[in-house]
Design a binder for this molecule. Structure first.
Ligand code: SAM
Length: 236
């Protein structure tokens, strides 16, 4: 019997299976992005699993299984006779480092991150309480990779000019705080562009703050500072 959306049990079951299949493919997109498979296949002729393993210096057995998932998920094409795989350009445009903001393997990384905290989340459903950022390994690294690409593409020339007069104020020199600055790339970008303003990045994570400090140091910025503080408790 169909429900109000015109869906019966069979159609729902098919949709569920598709979800589960796609979820498996998404996890392998995350793995492929991290080990560099998409970059290694980008713009290349069709290759065997041994070719890709040699190019990426990875274990061929694992590479073959990964390629199997990518072929069945219609991410790469497969030539049965030659046993070769190829990444079409129109898909590489959304899976590679060169894709920048459009690289959706970065989003897939968050799915595997969530999988890693399933046990404590189940526990929290039963017992309440919350999970601190420390439970999410690689959170700051992923956040920095994703938001860094956005900041690089838009912060200085698209986002800041949206606030009337802000670029003029930054040019003349003001004090700026970014509360929850993460790894601080936004602070460092602005500090580089507006040397007469002073920038303070605040975050509760030591790990994130130290990345921001290192970047400021490597860029020779003297107008960017970082403080580790919990904004919910500290008097800023
Ligand atoms: C979604 S991330 C965004 C990071 C950064 N703005 C960016 O664009 O990459 C949120 C950040 O807020 C920080 N944060 C959350 N609660 C905070 C608090 N109470 N005090 C300080 N930082 C906090 C986290 O550690 C995390 O780095």
């Amino acid at each position: 019997m169909k429900n109000a959306e015109g869906e019966d049990g069979d159609a729902f079951l098919e949709r569920l299976f598709r979800m589960l299949n796609d979820a498996g493919t998404a996890l392998m997109l995350s793995v492929g992005g991290r080990v560099g498979h998409f970059d290694a296949m980008d713009g290349q002729a069709a290759m065997t699993s041994s070719d890709l393993a040699a190019r990426a210096q990875l274990d061929e057995r694992y590479v073959r299984e990964w390629l199997g998932v990518m072929a069945t998920g219609r991410i790469v094409t497969y030539n049965r006779d030659a046993k070769t795989y190829q990444l079409p350009a129109h898909r590489a445009d959304f899976l590679t480092t060169r894709a920048g903001l459009a690289n959706l393997t970065l989003q897939a990384n968050y799915l595997s991150l969530l999988g890693q905290v399933e046990d404590p989340i189940v526990d929290a459903f039963r017992n309440g309480g919350g999970l601190s950022y420390a439970y999410f390994p690689r959170f700051h690294e992923l956040m920095a990779a994703e938001s860094g690409a956005v900041h690089d593409a838009t912060l200085l020339d698209v986002t800041l000019p949206l606030v009337p007069g802000l670029v003029d104020q930054l040019t003349h020199g003001i004090d700026v705080a970014d509360v929850g600055c993460g790894s601080g790339h936004a602070i460092n970008l602005m500090a580089g562009r507006f040397p007469t303003s002073r920038f303070l990045g605040i975050d509760m994570s030591d790990e994130a703050i130290s990345v921001g400090r290192d970047e400021a140091r490597s860029l020779g910025l003297t107008n960017a500072k970082f403080d580790r503080a919990d904004a919910a408790r500290a008097r800023l």
